[in-house]
Write a protein that binds this ligand. Sequence first.
Ligand code: NDP
Length: 483
Amino acid sequence: MSIDAQFSTFHPATGERFGEYPITSDEEVASAVARARAAAAWWSGLSFGQRRRILRSWNSLLIEHLDDAVELIVAESGKPRSDAQLEAALACEHVDWAARKAQFYLHAHHRSPGLLMANMSARVDRVPYGVVGVIGPWNYPIFTPMGSIAYALAAGNAVIFKPSEFTPAIGLWLAKTLNEIVPEHQLLQVVTGAGSVGASLIAHGVDKISFTGSTATAKKVAAACVERMIPFVLECGGKDPVLVDRDAQLERAAEHALWSGMSNAGQSCIGAERIYVHREVADRFIEILKTRANEIKAGVNYGAATRPAQLEIIKRHVDDASSHGQVIVGDSTSVGERFVEPVIVLNVPENAPSMREETFGPVLIVNTVNDMDEAVQKANDTPFGLAASVWSKRNGEKIAAQLHCGMVSINSVFTFAAMGSMPFGGVKDSGMGRIHGPEGLLEFTYPRSVVKPRFNLPLEFTSFKRTVFADKVITTLSRIRHK
Ligand code: NDP
């Protein structure tokens, strides 16, 4: 490998240097794409059963060595060990689901040819794209990319993964472990470096891109893909709302909203950032939330901020929210050099930057509403549309049905992400396309329509020999069918 330059990673909790990695050169990215193309040709030629066996062997290896994965995640993301364990275990859950279900959702489907083409058989094959480029983030360095990697592989593609420059170790470990199962084919390769390496992946013509990160970068990625007619799936950020109705179980609502907003140091795209609580229960809800938040500590219940530059954004949002609203937990000194203590602010105007932009820190803003119609209107009044959580004993379904977002949890938070069967993704600035679930498998294939005659008709419709009689038959059949 030609190494043009190197970069280092640092333990976010201590600042100690952790790893050193090459910045993959443009030529090396091109070679990786060529190797992946050869691997994809072999892999897509296997049966679903053969692919399932290989992916499940890989998953067994991942589970056997889960502690190694946890070490790497903790070191580069700064999250506590138990969070890293949960993240890694859930990633394995997705490998297993994708491997087991690919055949069921992707096998060829026969379609009705219709009356006019009754002599034909018609079916739709799902064809893997070939080489899928996965560009990943740093907040869930194994779980998030695995939502693309596992589904793309199970659908018959080879994958090249560009992890975030803050958390490359786990990506390299994933590639190494799959290589132990399939040493002769480069099914999963990792290219390391900053955004330019991701851009290079697109420039070298992978067949599909799956991107997770900010909306701003997603737009650049999408523009580069469109230039080359490369299809893409974009999983971007959110400003996720929690809606608490007057009949909600307040203890549970407060506890789960707090966890949703603060766990992983608030660095969750599907984490709560805004809470709309019904006026009749607001005082009680806020009291519980405040009490519980005061029991939570950075460095104990969640880890350090993974990306140092994020601290500036969090500080700006805390200052903005504090200048408009009433701070009930924390203050601007809560944003430290590596850790951010919990911050909760009440009554912040809907148009304040801290209410409009993604914060990605342990900061919750709680606004009181007169009824759930107002909560829904405010929850929807955002550029984002990723996930939402609704708390109500009787009205959960009704409220959920009105929310403009890709995922809603009723009387719960986050759980859809742990289900292999449920698609994951958003609308508006939160992205497009889906990972996870049947939709996630379909995302990494394209439909190919295949038709062939079962028997020949005496009438030729698709020939210059078509007769006046054939025209009459078509017209008559159409009239009978559509009158
Ligand atoms: P980015 O969106 O900039 O980065 C995401 C990934 O894209 C990284 O691997 C990055 O590489 C890569 N990348 C950057 N530029 C390009 C490019 N031009 N072409 C191809 N790939 C590129 O996220 P940041 O890490 O800068 O975080 C910024 C904000 O994004 C956060 O404040 C947060 O709001 C949001 N975010 C959302 C996430 C989610 O889960 N939806 C996850 C992470 C962040 P590299 O980082 O190595 O430069």
